[in-house]
Write a protein that binds this ligand. Structure first.
Ligand SMILES: NC(=O)c1ccc[n+]([C@@H]2O[C@H](COP(=O)([O-])OP(=O)(O)OC[C@H]3O[C@@H](n4cnc5c(N)ncnc54)[C@H](O)[C@@H]3O)[C@@H](O)[C@H]2O)c1
Length: 260
């Protein structure tokens, strides 16, 4: 299959590296115009330079927990590319395996702000943009792909905060799918297993050893790491018109790890 997104504009959050960068690259290869955003400005600039060789791309640095950043992103889609068609809620941070009895509540607040409230805010803004009746193509609708985690289906592979946010994203995804299906908006979630990315910088200041020990019992039976470029191809397909029937889906992308 050769998915084409030549008329589409996609917004990818957390796109300076890891899965987000791979997704942005895959969208460009499929012909889409892409807006990338990330809190890590130097890394975003490096990625921007690399991706600019592939097609139309626009970079906006910022902390997604700031409502103003969401506003800037949607306005940029409208001003630069006249509309938004696709949102990939990818930005996320890992916790340190703390169970609820051990967690520092300010850390909890930060994880929920980045992993849950920020994607909810961007999703809200994207839905409003998708439904704008004065779009140049005269069509309404759009595709939202949220990056969950195996931790949205399992209880013991991360701490309380990360696990809670990834479970909650399933609810956000399916509620959005249910409410807007008849308006041409699709909302799906992928649940990746382990990927080799920068997310483990979260452990730089140490981890909860009990939480990590429990997680590692599951890691021991993980059949394999997920390649970000391979997964990015699935994201492109799920956001394309070829997947027009795909809505409210929770897609395990973990080599069968969750099934064990
Ligand atoms: N790596 C894994 O093993 C794994 C497994 C399952 C799910 N995931 C999920 O995949 C997604 C992508 O993560 P990744 O593994 O590529 O890690 P990553 O750290 O390489 O990428 C995440 C990006 O999000 C950005 N980000 C973090 N906080 C932000 C904020 N407040 N505002 C804007 N940008 C912010 C980071 O700077 C980073 O570039 C995340 O949602 C993560 O939870 C990762």
């Amino acid at each position: 299959m050769n998915t084409s997104l030549t008329t589409k504009t996609a917004l990818v959050t957390g796109a300076a590296g890891g899965l987000g960068k791979a997704v942005a690259k895959a969208f460009l290869h499929a012909g889409a115009s892409v807006i990338i955003t990330d809190i890590n400005e130097p890394m975003l600039q490096t990625t921007y330079k690399e991706l600019s060789e592939l097609g139309p791309v626009h970079a906006i640095a910022g902390d997604l927990t700031s409502p103003q950043v969401t506003t800037n992103l949607i306005e940029t889609a409208r001003e630069q590319y006249s509309k938004l068609d696709i949102l990939v809620n990818n930005a996320g941070i890992m916790d340190r395996f703390d169970p609820i009895g051990d967690i520092d509540m300010s850390f909890w607040d930060r994880i929920l702000a980045v992993n849950l409230t920020a994607p909810a805010r961007v999703t809200r803004a994207a839905v409003q943009e998708f439904l704008r009746e004065s779009r140049p193509d005269g069509r309404t609708g759009g595709a939202i792909l949220t990056v969950g985690s195996i931790n949205g289906l399992r209880g013991g592979i991360a701490g309380a905060a990360y696990t809670t946010t990834k479970h909650a994203l399933v609810g956000l995804t399916r509620n959005t799918a249910a409410h807007y299906a008849r308006k041409g908006i699709r909302s799906n979630i992928i649940m990746p297993g382990l990927m080799e990315t920068n997310i483990r910088t979260a452990y730089a200041n140490g981890v909860n050893e009990g939480g990590k020990a429990l997680a590692w019992k599951s890691v021991d039976v993980n059949p394999g790491q997920v390649d970000v470029d391979e997964l990015a191809k699935l994201v492109v397909f799920a956001c394309s018109d070829d997947a027009g029937y795909l809505n409210g889906a929770i897609i395990s992308t973990d080599h069968g790890w969750q099934a064990i």
